[in-house]
Design a protein around this ligand. Structure first.
Ligand SMILES: Nc1ncnc2c1ncn2[C@@H]1O[C@H](COP(=O)(O)OP(=O)(O)OP(=O)(O)O)[C@@H](O)[C@H]1O
Ligand SMILES: [Mg+2]
Length: 346
């Protein structure tokens, strides 16, 4: 009864708690928060200084007593306390901006299928202590498919490849459930690390993570593009210890990230090999859906379709698909009950 009462005053939330970005969807409003999963903390007082975009700007630039923490690593909560603080900050922010009286929302959260029971419970507990009244955990790939309006409850295969920052989730969905799946650590962050390593090995120059990511976004591609491109990069010369600039080409970046692209393709093939034949024929007909920020890497769709002989489609707005899926589920109780993962309180 009490829960019902406070529920009335709060907006229900759909959350994509990603390694790289956290998105919050509010019923009737859409996505209201889309910020990096970073929290800056004053270590002396344990006080939160900044969360999200403002905290990301501090990464690698903090003085000794301030720490910019990324509480999720490879899709898994590595710092429970900070994740909880981050969620609490976002949930409170949503409620403040919406003049709600008591912030006790129902929350649908997209998570990796790869999480252990303990890790799932950590996500649930973090959301609860951040103020959630009821938590529903949904597999990210399922949330992606729902966000892309794909027919997840029908007797037909929907194949999703969600390339995030920490993990790539490969899943085949049919009749409201995940039939076969795999979660691998080769995703956006690994592309960035490939670029850091390449520039160190080829040029003896050290660059940071954020620069590597921006090079990838500016000129990265999985297959040769029509027009070649290059970009100026500044890093530290490991021989002299001094700053140095150099030009890097799209061809070099392609070479740097090719190992990770191959790893993704190999794992997609493994999933296809273990998918029941009827579902494979659906996939050949309907195609595979690419989502997550990694889907935006130029030519990755073509590289995958050439290697697998399957049509590849990129979902609309791949960075927000999971959040939109969790949002759609808030408004569709029947579907939510079909696809929700079991939680500790069930
Ligand atoms: N245009 C682009 N080209 C290539 N990569 C991109 C582009 N835009 C974003 N990305 C990459 O997408 C990744 C972030 O994607 P996303 O927000 O889906 O991840 P996440 O959900 O936070 O992570 P995870 O699902 O692994 O927990 C980052 O590695 C980012 O560099
Ligand atoms: Mg994600």
């Amino acid at each position: 009864m009490f829960n019902k009462l406070i529920g009335k005053f709060s907006h229900d939330l759909g959350i994509d708690l990603g390694t790289k970005n956290t998105l919050v969807y509010v019923t009737d409003k859409g996505i209201v928060i889309n910020e990096p999963s970073v929290v800056a903390i004053n270590k002396r007082t344990n006080e939160i200084l900044e969360v999200g975009e403002a905290a990301k700007k501090m990464v690698g630039k903090t003085p000794g007593h301030i720490e910019a923490i990324k509480p999720l690593v490879d899709g898994i909560i590595s710092d429970f306390e900070v994740t909880e603080k981050m969620l609490k900050y976002f949930i409170t922010k949503v409620h403040k901006e919406n003049f709600a009286l008591v912030p006790r929302p129902r929350v649908v959260i997209g998570i990796s299928l790869d999480l252990t029971e303990v890790e799932k419970k950590a996500v649930e507990d973090a959301a609860k202590s951040a103020g959630a009244r009821k938590v529903y955990l949904i597999d990210e790939a399922m949330a992606t498919a729902i966000g892309a309006n794909l027919p997840v409850t029908e007797a037909t295969a929907t194949m999703i490849v969600d390339i995030g920052g920490g993990t790539t989730e490969i899943a085949v969905i049919s009749l409201g459930g995940v039939v076969v799946w795999k979660s691998i650590k080769a995703a956006g962050n690994e592309f960035d690390n490939n670029i850091i390593e390449y520039i160190r090995e080829e040029f003896n120059i050290l660059i940071g993570e954020q620069l590597a990511e921006s090079i990838k976004i500016a000129i990265g591609s999985a297959i040769p593009m029509d027009a070649p491109s290059e970009i100026e990069v500044r890093g530290r010369d490991l021989v002299t210890g001094l700053p140095k600039a150099l030009m890097v080409s799209d061809k070099q970046i392609r070479e740097a990230i090719s190992r990770t692209v191959s790893k993704m393709i190999e794992n997609i093939k493994i999933i296809l090999e273990t998918t029941p034949p009827e579902l494979v024929s659906d996939i050949y007909e309907r195609g595979l859906y690419l989502a997550g920020g990694g889907a935006l890497l130029r030519g990755l769709d073509k590289a995958i379709s050439t290697a697998t002989k399957i049509p590849v489609k990129i979902v609309d707005d791949p960075l927000t698909c999971v959040a939109r899926g969790t949002g759609l589920l808030l408004g569709n109780k029947e579907l939510l009950e079909k696809v929700v993962l079991p939680t500790s309180t069930d």
